[in-house]
Design a protein around this ligand. Structure first.
Ligand code: TNX
Length: 519
């Protein structure tokens, strides 16, 4: 009888342990075990040929700085009582990991260095709840985990308001903790051109300067040198985040047009915009110099951004000027087409030729009235929502789809009624983000490769505001991208947030406290 009750006690404690973790995004499987590991002065070890030196150094800094331990790195130690980082090709995919803590050792296996990096994030978050600082021990556990979607992104918009490079690095630091693996940078728009292009110096000399005659009177000008961006690419890659550059064409191009007005249909002299909105001034589809310009720009950027994903915009390009322009009309005749939307298909076909030359694939904001995009395109479903029509049409036409619908993933929208943004934007609550299912109720759709939150910058004037608008909604989105629908539970999620906020406080990272959850 006594034995039985002890067993019952153990079983109950194990199941309580299983409930008690606050890891975000929710892992596939967490099994707490009734043992502890003495982690007060651990040795971190790995096989040198595995090239996980960065991960080991990252783990060391985390244990020593955040938990006050005295960890050391000894390659090839891997004996009793070490923390081993091990590559394991048998895990389900490259980003998968298995974290095991027993009384004897800690082992973090990863499908690649990325998997090990994610295992380290889960170890840190596990320790927030299960590290006993007095005794220097951590609760034993076995966590097996892998992502639902391969593409998990956040987007920043330094085009509208420039964000200094250091802020982008801080942003990468935090997003990597929630297992996001892409930072999409919207590098050009009507309100600014933000990346140095050596062949076209006016893009940044003129196109990056906002003259604040209207607006808030602050100078929101600036640009990134190619070297700064190369550094960011390396910094982010170490944290398993790839940078996706975007040049938004043929619309949203006023800043480029200010620098080179001959690229428009009517040689328009404009000013860099300081107000939000959609401009009718497009790059001219009938002018071959436009495609030479884009070919040059893509060529230089291809050297800076080594990934094969390249976003070329495509949103909100009213066709009025193309309809009025004789060169565009001539082009349509050449193509033997008669609707101006066909010019948009033509435009992206030409741009895609430049991308292909550099081994890049086009990523494009989906506009449903455009008859055809290049076959190798990845489309983003944005403010038109995530409807079954979009999902079906993209599948039929053979495009990959990234899901970032306004009603779940527009982080420029206010988080509660009355939050300072602008009149037309609907509220996007934490719960509404949490409800986001990229597959819309179906188990999985092969062509939906991932999710993205877009933090449009018209009202995001500095990086602290970007953090404040991102977190904790980014935590909710990370569960849509990583954990998947059958692992999500709103109540469990909200109970996890407190330790994350403590961590943000300790690092002075801005976020919004969702006070409505406690009312
Ligand atoms: C639409 S979504 C835009 C952006 C704006 C945003 C504001 C998309 C592809 N284009 O230019 O910043 O709405 O929410």
């Amino acid at each position: 009888m006594k034995k039985l009750s002890l067993l019952t006690f153990i079983l109950i404690s194990v199941s309580i342990f299983a409930q008690q973790h606050k890891i975000i995004p929710e892992p596939s499987e967490v099994r707490a075990m009734n043992d502890v590991f003495d982690i007060s002065s651990p040795t971190i070890s790995f096989a040198p040929q595995d090239s996980v030196d960065f991960e080991a150094a990252y783990l060391l800094a985390m244990l020593n700085n955040d938990f006050g331990l005295s960890a050391a790195i000894v390659p090839n130690a891997m004996t009793e009582h070490t923390i081993d980082l091990v590559l394991d090709s048998k895990l389900p995919d490259a980003e998968a990991y298995a974290l095991t803590i027993t009384g004897q050792k800690v082992e973090i296996k990863g499908g690649s260095a990325a998997g090990i990096f994610y295992g380290i994030q889960s170890l840190q978050q596990w320790m927030w709840e299960h590290f006993d600082a007095h005794k220097g021990v951590v609760q034993a556990v076995a966590i097996d985990d892998s992502p639902q979607y391969e593409y998990r992104a956040l987007m920043l918009d330094p085009a509208r308001h420039f964000l200094p490079i250091e802020g982008l690095k801080q942003y990468v630091d935090v997003m990597a903790k929630y297992k996001f693996n892409r930072l999409h940078l919207h590098l050009s728009d009507d309100q600014g051109w933000r990346i140095e292009i050596q062949k076209y110096p006016l893009l940044t000399e003129v196109g990056s300067v906002r003259k604040e005659t209207k607006g808030d009177g602050q100078p929101h000008s600036g640009f990134y040198s190619q070297q700064q961006m190369k550094d960011l690419v390396v910094y982010a890659a170490q944290r398993h985040v790839s940078i996706i550059p975007e040049i938004d064409v043929p619309g949203h191009s006023v800043a480029a047009i200010v620098a080179y007005p001959e690229l428009t249909c009517f040689n328009e002299a404009l000013e860099v915009r300081t107000t939000p909105g959609v401009s009718k001034n497009l790059l001219c589809a009938g002018n071959d110099d436009v495609f030479t310009f884009l070919d040059d720009v893509i060529g230089e950027m291809a050297e800076v951004f080594p990934g094969n994903e390249f976003h070329i915009g495509g949103d909100e390009a009213p066709l009025d000027h193309w309809i009025e322009c004789p060169k565009c009309q001539g082009r349509l005749k050449e193509l033997k087409k008669d609707t101006p939307q066909d010019l948009m298909s033509y435009f992206f076909k030409r741009v895609n030729q430049s991308l292909q030359k550099h081994n890049k694939q086009p990523l494009i904001w989906y506009e449903l009235d455009v008859p055809q995009y290049p076959q190798n395109s990845t489309m983003y479903t944005w403010r038109m929502g995530l409807s079954s029509k979009v999902i079906k049409k993209s599948a039929q036409l053979g495009y990959k789809l990234i899901s970032c619908p306004g009603e779940h993933a527009y982080f420029d929208y206010p988080q509660f009624k009355g939050e300072e943004t602008c009149d037309w934007m609907p509220v996007l609550t934490l719960e509404q983000v949490y409800k986001f299912d990229p597959a819309m109720g179906e188990k999985k759709r092969e062509h939906i490769i991932g999710v993205e939150a877009t933090l449009w910058g018209e009202y995001i004037k500095d990086i602290d505001r970007a953090f404040y608008m991102t977190w904790p909604r980014g935590m909710a989105l990370s569960e849509a991208g990583w954990a998947g629908e059958n692992k999500k539970n709103w109540g469990t999620f909200t109970n996890k947030l407190d330790v994350h906020f403590n961590y943000f406080d300790s690092k002075s990272v801005a976020y919004r406290l969702p006070v409505e959850l406690h009312q």
